[in-house]
Design a protein around this ligand. Structure first.
Ligand SMILES: [Zn+2]
Length: 105
């Protein structure tokens, strides 16, 4: 058995399904795991999170490259206050500490 690696942890179920489809279109086998798949059917809102995507170790780098090319893992965002570009993992602007906003104005 080839070892599996976590590609995404704490994903959103709907996003995870989208990513799985995109990756499998590239020939990467993706396995979905997580509470959302194991939990009660009647508790969907809370269970939409904590989804994990697993891929084969040999395909991990390719899968990560695909997701980053799609801006899935860490889409950048622009600060509304100072217009600096921030990495997607930042919750505050690195430059002026303004809060992240999704607005595109
Ligand atoms: Zn800023």
């Amino acid at each position: 058995m080839e070892e599996r690696k976590t590609l995404i942890a704490d994903g959103n179920l709907l996003q995870a399904h989208t990513w799985k489809g995109l990756l499998e279109a590239c020939g990467i086998h993706v396995e979905l795991r997580g509470e959302a798949l194991l939990g009660g059917v009647g508790e969907l809102p809370a269970a939409l999170h904590n989804v994990e995507l697993w891929v084969r170790e040999s395909q991990l780098a390719k899968a990560q490259a695909q997701l980053s090319a799609l801006d899935v893992i860490s889409p950048q965002w622009q600060c509304l206050q100072c217009h600096e570009i921030n990495e997607g993992s930042f919750e505050l602007c690195w430059h002026c500490s303004a809060e992240r906003s999704e607005s595109h104005n």
